[in-house]
Design a binder for this molecule. Structure first.
Ligand code: GUN
Length: 298
């Protein structure tokens, strides 16, 4: 039987609507809109696309967007000075510095400069530490979005076997923490894992976040497994195409004959990332303003 297609795009649209409605409530109570500052350094085409769509989504969610575009040759000191200004600006609740940064800039130094209470990406070590010990903080948007899709489909994850493929600070590690907090039994697999197909075959939940096109094959999956595909890879164009197809880290067509449910690429995890960014910005606004976000509002 074909797997259920997990419609991340529709889920994200509903989340954005709720965030927008709550942002309107916030503005009524606080006398100002929530504010998100996005910093883009240089001209990376993919980053430009992301930043543009973040800006549009911010306005649609009844928030203020502050965009700062800096030349690729900007010095690290100047970038750090901008982050300091944004840290001190009461109109700014969330700060996102688009990655990757040019190679002459130390990314970790820039992330460390963002005030943890404005770190809506959840990349600061303080927020990584809060997640690790179970304190409230900001959780990176992509894994939190994956978690929302998983709990929406599966409800209680207690005792389920979860395999996360990929160990990045941005997706793999926080994803594993979230699954662990939800009482799943978690394995983190990576490029040195032995017998990866056998490891994945144990999983009730597979989260693929490696950035290798269609690496996870149908015969790696336990029948009925729930598969979340974080990969966004563009294949080389074949004859008659101007650009190659976008594919995930999972061989979607074949995998959807075995899985119980699976996220497509595009239209799965991707749209969740921006929706969760807006959600995190709203949460930041309530906290920074000393207001209580109503229970169940999101
Ligand atoms: N580059 C690609 N994805 C992201 C993201 O979620 N946050 C930031 N800051 N940069 C990115």
């Amino acid at each position: 039987m074909a797997a259920e297609r997990i419609d991340g795009k529709a889920f994200a649209a509903r989340l954005r609507d709720r965030v927008g409605a709550q942002a309107t409530e916030f503005a009524r109570a606080a006398g100002r809109k929530p504010g998100l500052a996005v910093v883009l350094v240089g001209e990376d085409p993919a980053s430009q696309v992301y930043v543009r769509s973040k800006g549009k989504a911010t306005l649609e969610a009844q928030m203020n967007g502050f965009e700062h575009r800096l030349d690729a040759a900007v010095g690290q000191d100047e970038l750090l000075a901008l982050v300091e200004t944004l840290n001190g600006d009461p109109a700014v609740d969330g700060i996102l510095v688009q990655l990757p940064l040019p190679s002459h800039i130390d990314e970790q130094a820039v992330i460390a400069a963002i005030h943890p209470d404005k770190d809506v990406d959840g990349f600061h070590v303080i927020n990584a530490g809060r997640l690790a010990v179970g304190q409230p903080g900001f959780v990176p948007c992509t894994p939190l979005g994956c978690m929302m899709l998983l709990t929406d489909r599966l409800g209680d994850l207690s005792g389920l076997e979860a395999v996360v493929i990929g160990r990045s600070n941005i997706v793999g590690k926080p994803m594993a923490q979230l699954l662990l907090d939800a009482n799943a039994t978690v394995t983190i697999a990576h490029s040195r894992t032995k017998d990866l197909p056998d490891v994945v075959r144990r999983a009730d939940i597979v989260v693929a976040a490696v950035g290798r096109p269609e690496m996870v094959k149908a015969d790696w999956l336990k029948p009925g497994a729930t598969v979340v595909d974080v990969g966004i890879n563009r294949l080389p164009p074949v004859e008659g195409e101007s650009r190659g197809r976008l594919v995930g880290d999972v061989d979607y067509g074949a995998a959807s004959e075995v899985a119980g449910a699976i996220t497509p690429v595009p239209g799965g995890v991707g749209p969740m990332t921006i929706a969760v960014l807006l959600r995190n910005t709203l949460v930041a606004a309530y906290r920074n303003q000393g207001l209580e976000l109503p229970e169940g509002a999101l």
